[in-house]
Design a protein around this ligand. Sequence first.
Ligand code: NAD
Length: 260
Amino acid sequence: MLLKNKVAVITGAASGIGKAIATLFVQQGARVVIADLNEKEAQATAKAFIDDGHEAMAVAMDVTSESQVDSAIEKVVAKYDGVDILVSNAGIQYVAPMHELPFNEWKKLLSIHLDGAFLTTRACLKHMYKSGKGGSIIYMGSVHSKVASALKAPYVTAKHGLIGLCEVVAKEGIKYNVRANVICPGYVRTPLVDKQIPDQARELGISEQDVIKKVMLKDTIDGEFTTAEDVAQIALLFASFDSNALTGQSLVISHGWYMQ
Ligand SMILES: NC(=O)c1ccc[n+]([C@@H]2O[C@H](COP(=O)([O-])OP(=O)(O)OC[C@H]3O[C@@H](n4cnc5c(N)ncnc54)[C@H](O)[C@@H]3O)[C@@H](O)[C@H]2O)c1
């Protein structure tokens, strides 16, 4: 087991990619914290893990709320006596052309992705530094951390921003053995993607099938979606890697959509 007794806080873990990461992490022996805005689904996810004999807890957390993030991490530390891994994963998408983009949607998206990453990182770092045991911080970037797509200004901006944040955290964290890395997936069929298919079809005046083929998977080398389980394997690599050699990096997993 690669994560035996490690405490892993995963935001947005009640659905999609975060849930797949939580599933792999409990299988690897981690004590997993399902931190999500959707408290009901977070509780149900944690309960399913516990029923299967794993160690898990749910915390209600809006990652944009300083008080909710701080109190949730305090709860985790009170129960498990520390935190070893943070996966800052909670996110949303908003599809609109720049000239029609409502300011409140711009601010909301940036806040969930960037304020959320900042607040959860800060809350966990304090404990990682104090414990002397180090830790691993993993940000959920995207191929959109590397390239732009039309209609996604706030998302592309936020995902690029996570790379900068990760590099600062890597530089500051190294003397405490805290590593920071970014995962950059291509398109994964989750509720976040399913919702944007009709949005993009409407904005572009094409069919939903064409959004999938001619927009989402156009630049992959095999026309395939990345899966949440693929992404979870990369999260496991970053979480379990046992040396400071692997820090400040961003790894793209996208069926060849973006090669670096
Ligand atoms: N699906 C993709 O194609 C894809 C590709 C690259 C990156 N990503 C990134 O992966 C992450 C997860 O996306 P997903 O596709 O699994 O989406 P999803 O919609 O399936 O899950 C997102 C989760 O985040 C939670 N959430 C939303 N706002 C929150 C908030 N303010 N506080 C706490 N939790 C909140 C939701 O309740 C949900 O459980 C996001 O950061 C997304 O940008 C997704």
